[in-house]
Design a protein around this ligand. Sequence first.
Ligand SMILES: NC(=O)c1ccc[n+]([C@@H]2O[C@H](COP(=O)([O-])OP(=O)(O)OC[C@H]3O[C@@H](n4cnc5c(N)ncnc54)[C@H](O)[C@@H]3O)[C@@H](O)[C@H]2O)c1
Length: 401
Amino acid sequence: MKIVLLGAGNRARKYLEYIIANPDRVELVGVVEPNRLRRESIARKCGLTSDKLYVSADQFFALGRVADAIVIATPDKYHYPQAMAAIELGYHILLEKPIAQTVEEAEQIKLAADRAGVIVNVCYVLHFHPYFVKLRELVSSGRYGSIVSISHSAPVGIDRAGHVYVRGIWNRTESQGPLLTSKCCHDLDFLIWLTGSKCRALSSFGSLRWFCAENAPAGSAERCIDCRVEKTCPFSAVDLYRNRHAWISNFDVPNGMTINDAIEEQLANGPYGRCVYHCDNDVVDRQVVAMEMDSGVTIDLTVDVFTTSNRRVTKISMTNAEIVGDESCIRINTFRPRANEVYDFSSTLEAPYHAGADLATVENFLNAIEQGHDDSHTGIAHALESQRLCDEIECSRRLSN
Ligand SMILES: NC(=O)c1ccc[n+]([C@@H]2O[C@H](COP(=O)([O-])OP(=O)(O)OC[C@H]3O[C@@H](n4cnc5c(N)ncnc54)[C@H](O)[C@@H]3O)[C@@H](O)[C@H]2O)c1
């Protein structure tokens, strides 16, 4: 199987590890990436010659079909045009989430894929994560009765929010879609999978509350390195990148420079050195959603930005037990007999590649291609439902503002 990467950023590099580890099964035959440093770094790592490196998707698609499959791991706004161009050429696609920016685009991708007879599999990696797999297995085991309601918090966290949704490229709805779609489509997809049902009614509230100019403290500046209150600011870029070395994995390090030089360059001149109160962001920084599913299960979902936690917490009320999971542990209190069960997942918390789920995602995609059909839960037919839900939630949120 010959495969090409579109986008050579954070996500593509995860999937690449599967490709490198399985040379008997799959071979990387090209990288499409406008950023020269990233293109060349993958070329060095995988021994690709310069004729296999493409600066733009247009240049690549103009060649016709040069592989069996492609991984689309570009920013969200490119998913639709790139997926449509790839399907036209007959490529099978491993498509990063969200499928597209609207449900109409996502439906067009599915229709085109069905017509062309190609597989489009969506990178909903939680389906392969041991903790989420176990949670679903327990809930559907029948041992605890049926689900009554679910309370789920989807943590964004202040570091991720500052890096991705305030200073970073996902900070504007018009270019990258709403935060709920770009971040929490995973959560919605998981809740649909967990309950085995679709949503029949919902409402949502949310807005940009804090990361805007009117909340800038006295003494703050356009850049954290010039700020007089930086030392006490919880959102300081100096603290995040220079002191804690967090969220720096996609800072490019040109030849002759170190990662510390790259951090200082960002702090002085890059988008990641900007004060969170002086950015061009407009995505929400808090949101709640209430849903009723076809099965009658009610769900409340909270998008949690103002936390240092990055763990999803799911409380599932069942007719004979209460199940609470926080990604580190699943605790079950049964009602009769009164008993407790504990499943420990602490060892998977920091395990690489989302505890192996990123690698299993590629494997599942290759299996579907080999079988010639994809009825897995991450196939586009199933994944469409979460895209539909994201659109409807955003519609409700806008109407309530
Ligand atoms: N499945 C998950 O758990 C998960 C997690 C994070 C992000 N994502 C999704 O993965 C996708 C990529 O996110 P990322 O974190 O890797 O971002 P990234 O910025 O690290 O990587 C994206 C890469 O695409 C390149 N690129 C930009 N425009 C391009 C174009 N027109 N053609 C080809 N390449 C182009 C960029 O230069 C960059 O290297 C996004 O859709 C994001 O929502 C998924």
